[in-house]
Design a protein around this ligand. Structure first.
Ligand code: SPV
Ligand code: MG
Length: 294
């Protein structure tokens, strides 16, 4: 299942390649195993989805140690490169570097941190998205890079300039500062909450691939992938779709079971027990018992 190349290096190669890479969201070990099984080359450990699955709001209610624990289970269950949504780093440079070091030690392939202040609010909620000071944020990036090795742990700098209501100049200034901060940043994530990708494409046109670009088409989801390819985008993140699919699936089954006082009519629509056993490789245990218990 696993490759000889470190997961961090695998992710770096994907981000740097000419091809457009799709990262699919997962938020726990089960969803990470499913993303891996589906064939995605890499996983996005979404802060929004992990918070939601733990019953927290995406405003740094859950601690960085909780995120690290979830990510460790995701790594073990998927054996895939995982880019972790590090929010704004859970504080200043010091919190950001301790968090990154622990993620690296537990097998994450990289971190993405955004230029907001702590606590950060989900980018699609309300209008309070204060941006960090550019110099201070560069310090956060540098501290991460001085703590985790380049080429083994991807570092993506995410600007929330558009989310904060700023224009293209602010977004470019910020991305430029992060790319040239001597922090070994591997890519820039440009986020937008518009339903059209116009500001993202204006950015990619002006950016000219100085560093690989990563996007999150949650709101502008009708845009075909070919347009991202034409714009030279390096990676697109489907950021929360497994979590939202789970919400709908669990809601509908609960409705039916509650109403019908039985599970007869849901059985065919849910995973068979054998599928669950196979997903977590129960057969391996039989084989190992043959070796070690005999
Ligand atoms: C997340 O998935 O938590 C993200 C992406 O940060 S978004 O929710 O689109 O801001
Ligand atoms: Mg997030």
């Amino acid at each position: 299942k696993s490759s000889k190349l470190s997961l961090g290096y695998q992710l770096l190669k994907l981000i740097k390649s000419e091809e457009l890479t799709f990262l699919m969201e997962a938020h726990d070990a089960l969803s990470a195993a499913i993303v891996a099984e589906a064939g995605f080359p890499a996983i996005w450990a979404s802060g929004f989805s992990i918070s939601t699955s733990l019953g927290y709001r995406d405003v740094n209610e859950c601690s960085w140690t909780q995120v690290v624990d979830v990510v460790e289970r995701m790594v073990d269950a998927s054996c895939k490169p995982i880019l972790v949504d590090g929010d704004s780093g859970f504080g200043n440079f010091n919190n950001a570097r301790i968090f990154s070091k622990k993620l690296f030690e537990r097998g994450a392939a990289g971190i993405c941190i955004e230029d907001k202040v702590f606590p950060k609010m989900n980018s699609f909620v309300g209008n309070r998205h204060p941006l960090a000071d550019i110099g201070e944020f560069c310090g956060r990036l540098k501290a991460i890079r001085d703590t985790v090795p380049k080429d083994e742990f991807v570092l993506i700098a995410r600007t929330e300039a558009f989310i904060a209501g700023q224009g293209i100049d602010e977004a470019l200034d910020r991305a430029h500062a992060y790319a040239y901060a001597n922090a070994g940043v591997d890519g820039i994530l440009i986020h937008s909450r518009r339903h059209e990708p116009n500001e993202v494409f204006a950015f990619s046109d002006a950016w000219k691939n100085r560093l690989p670009l990563v996007i999150v088409p949650t709101k502008y989801y009708t845009t075909p992938a070919s347009e991202y390819k034409n714009a030279g985008i390096s990676a697109a993140i489907w950021a929360n779709h497994n979590m939202r699919a789970a919400v709908n699936a669990m809601r509908s089954i609960c409705q039916v079971v509650l109403k019908e006082e039985g599970v007869k009519n849901v059985e065919d629509g849910i995973a068979d027990l054998s599928e669950v056993f196979s997903l977590l490789d129960y057969d391996e245990l039989d084989i190992s018992e043959g070796i070690y218990l005999s």
